[in-house]
Design a protein. Structure first.
Length: 324
């Protein structure tokens, strides 16, 4: 029994890693599009980077909510609260950011060796400077996470979100600031939703049997109310961003004819499944005799959200759709 949970987590992580590694070839099959070299590796690195953002942002978010639960104030801090994963997430994010920076330093090609990487050239391009900013931001976030004031990691994490929003919309794009603003809101809300649910479930597991069901149900209820707003914001910004890249009259065709459209369709279906699971959890939370039975669909929701993060990483590496 003690090995069941770790083994299950490792299996799920391995399956999630297959999405960016193998999903690119599946999405590109039959489209006639050419992907950049190493698209699978790039997608995997960006998936790790997104996940590394979700974990600490979710912890800060849920810890703030937990302080509002009567009688559970002590459960937020060490050693009563769940052990923070922020430092591990920052380390993983830094490694992923270094990998992505090495790709940028070789002209968006996969380097064959260290001699191919032009570190100095990173300072000469916009993408290079943003890549360096992300590496340094994760380093600072890791130091903040192990300091006496872990909440200060919010600022370097915010810098990573801003850098990702700017990177996704180069200056050559039509109205790049609008696109960056949409991505900023979308990524922030997604990190709060995914990371928040993960940390909320970890907290509930620790609180079980210590504070009774009322404290856990109260925390889950607080999260659920905010999550409904986050889902609305994610949906609105996602639809708007998609319509900026795929005009309305071409959306249906590009969803099946382009790699980006296929990956986007997979993401939409997964988000729909997440929304259904979230609704199921809310119904249990409100009507079940034991409100904590809502944890079952919430755990399934976390698993599907992990797949959403993996598909999101894949989306960033695929060729952009054609504006017909």
């Amino acid at each position: 029994m003690t090995l069941t949970r770790p083994v299950a987590v490792l299996v799920l992580v391995a399956l999630a890693a297959l999405v960016p590694l193998l999903g690119s070839s599946t999405a590109l099959h039959g489209t006639g599009e050419a992907a950049a070299p190493g698209v699978g590796g790039t997608a995997l690195l960006r998936t790790v980077l997104f996940a590394a953002l979700c974990v600490p942002i979710g912890e800060l978010f849920v810890n703030r909510l937990a302080r509002r639960v009567p009688g559970a104030e002590r459960a937020v801090g060490h050693p009563v609260g769940p052990r923070s994963w922020s430092s591990f997430a920052a380390a993983a994010g830094c490694v992923a950011a270094l990998g992505l920076a090495s790709v940028v330093a070789t002209g968006n090609l996969v380097p064959d060796g260290l001699s191919d990487i032009d570190v100095g050239g990173l300072y000469a391009s916009r993408d290079g400077k943003l890549a360096l900013l992300e590496v340094n931001a994760f380093l600072v976030a890791g130091l903040c996470a192990v300091s006496r004031r872990p909440a200060t990691q919010l600022w370097p994490l915010a810098a990573v979100v801003v850098a990702e929003a700017l990177r996704a919309h180069p200056a050559t794009e039509h109205t790049p600031l609008t696109g960056s603003g949409l991505t900023l809101v979308h990524l922030t809300c997604a990190a709060l939703w995914v990371g928040g649910l993960l940390h909320a479930l970890r907290t509930l597991r620790l609180w079980h049997g210590r504070y009774g069901t009322e404290a856990g149900a109260a925390l889950l209820g607080l999260y659920a109310r905010v999550a409904a707003v986050l889902l609305a914001a994610i949906t609105a910004t996602g639809v708007w961003s998609s319509l900026r890249r795929m005009p309305p009259e071409t959306v249906l065709e590009q969803l099946t004819a382009t790699a980006y459209g296929r990956a986007l369709l997979a993401k939409v279906l997964l988000v729909a499944a997440v929304a259904a699971l979230a609704l199921w959890a809310q119904q249990r939370l409100r009507r079940a005799a034991d409100p904590l039975t809502a944890c079952a669909p919430a755990r399934a929701e976390v698993v599907v959200l992990g797949l959403v993060v993996a598909v999101s990483g894949l989306l960033t590496a695929l060729p952009l759709p054609i504006r017909w």
